[in-house]
Design a protein. Structure first.
Length: 279
């Protein structure tokens, strides 16, 4: 059975309302005729060559991604540029593309909410709540029992898919952790937020040198969280299966799958064999 793209998009926008998106964001329908039939939905974090290849193996496909393909500064969709090439392939394959980005970050069962649940946080609430007090950016909550920074880092390494950059930690391996703030994706904008500074640990991705260094020095001086930096892709990939379950409930007649492609951009790292502590 099939649904029209218009019908599927209406479900997507009901689950992840566009009203929740940040003003700089560009979620929504990117490629496709609203009246074209959709038989399959493939979920992925990114629209890249590998996920488009996977989608186009069968007809009637919709690629639902977290990261918008077209957002800032796009002036061409020429076929000799990768974004134009992907759009051309999707159109020629009668396939569609929808993005649910920051509108999927802020909701219940959104990217940060899923990460908080996988860490075992109890009664997690938004770091930056929306006016409704339920949705909002990031999540903060407590573990049922305190643990150590090293154990939480190991749990993340087990929960998240493996990536070249792994799990990076700033803090003492044995320091106690109970209250944890999380933000799936790039979260250094929240490093100075009072809720984050009041936590024992902040887990996010894409932490740059200067913000991380400044946060760590401030924590030494006046208290603040340990930091764990993970892959941007990995931190958001956990949401895909939760989103697929929600779509299957709303669209049981469609074939809804999570992509098996790893779209983290890094392939490997090279390290020196340590003979003494770093530094």
């Amino acid at each position: 059975m099939t649904r029209t793209l218009r019908e599927v998009n209406a479900v997507v926008e009901r689950l992840w309302p566009l009203s929740g998106a940040s003003d700089w964001d560009a979620p929504g329908l990117v490629v496709g005729d609203p009246d074209q039939p959709v038989a399959r939905v493939l979920l992925a974090v990114d629209a890249v060559g590998a996920t488009v290849d996977e989608l186009l193996q069968e007809p009637g496909g919709l690629l639902l991604v977290h990261h918008p393909l077209l957002m800032r500064g796009v002036t061409t969709v020429a076929g000799d540029r990768y974004k134009g090439a992907l759009i051309t392939r999707l159109i020629r394959g009668d396939a569609a593309l929808i993005a649910a980005h920051t509108n999927a970050d802020v909701v219940v069962d959104g990217t940060s909410d899923v990460l908080a649940h996988r860490l075992g946080l109890v009664d997690a609430v938004p770091i930056v709540p929306a006016p409704d007090g339920v949705t909002g950016l990031g999540r903060v909550g407590d573990l049922a029992e305190p643990t150590t920074l090293g154990r939480i880092a190991r749990l993340l390494a087990e929960v998240l898919p493996a990536t070249a950059t792994g799990v990076r930690v700033a803090g003492n391996v044995d320091q106690p952790v109970r209250r944890i703030a999380v933000c799936g994706g790039a979260g250094d904008s929240l490093l100075s937020h009072d809720t984050v500074r009041g936590a024992d640990l902040y887990v996010t991705a894409d932490l740059r040198h200067h913000p991380a260094s400044e946060a760590r020095e401030q924590a030494i001086l006046a208290g603040g969280p340990a930091l764990i930096d993970v892959s941007h892709w990995a931190s958001e990939s956990l949401w895909l299966e939760v989103a697929a379950v929600a779509l299957r409930r709303e669209l049981p007649e469609l074939d809804i799958r999570v992509s098996g492609q790893r779209t983290d951009p890094w392939d490997f790292v090279v390290t020196q064999e340590a003979t003494r502590p770093v530094g």
